[in-house]
Design a protein around this ligand. Sequence first.
Ligand code: FPP
Length: 248
Amino acid sequence: MRIPRHLAIIMDGNGRWAEQRSLPRIAGHHRGVETVQAVVEECRTLGVKYLTLYAFSSENWGRPDEEVSALMELLSRYLESELDSMLSRNIRFQVIGESSRLPVGVRETLQRVIDLTSANTELVLTLALSYGSRNELVRAARAIASEVVSGRRTVEQIDDALFDEFLDTHGMPDPDLLIRTSGEMRISNFLLWQMAYTELYFSEALWPEFSSEELHVAFREFARRQRRFGLTAAQICNESENRGEDSH
Ligand code: FPP
């Protein structure tokens, strides 16, 4: 079965999962971390090479202070507890987003895990933290404009490839598949540039309930889709026949 090389996930529904059980919202985030652990392991086993998780959006700073602090605390504990497992499973960890806005203690832990796992090659696990796609695009546009103003580049040199280089995701392939849980059908300011040709899959499951079986269903659906990248179906068939592949 064709497996996405890069899977991106909007992990949604932790709060509703908790509210349905009359639990505090943070209990949903705790269960959400367990789902993260299971999904990371399943993706590694299935051969996904890049997994990008939307863990904290630029807009999430507006949540009640106690929920924001609890999420930061949970993130630090997750990183501390997963470091050994990332090292033994050959997982490289990285972050996208405005990490300068994160508390200094969280930033130090993030940097330590990034540095210690930097030579790993099996799976690149990326957390989007304090991330918003428009913010990323504006930062990239500003950085490119500075290069032009300083004379290091010309306006004519600005193209898709150059823009890619200035995004937080530089060096990563674009996502092949996006999964969003909890029945919401929105992109919510996630990887807008990078998802130009990404297949979208929406699951009704709340994130704490999202299981390996659900992941397999999403991958089967992905494998059935024909990705055309703006070309015709016939062209895609010819291209894949030339490569000796099954295009479906
Ligand atoms: C969406 O649920 C989830 C988040 C805003 C945060 C995602 C965080 C986790 C899965 C736990 C922390 C992750 C790591 C990697 C340590 P929501 O709160 O928006 O749910 P709702 O829409 O039902 O209110």
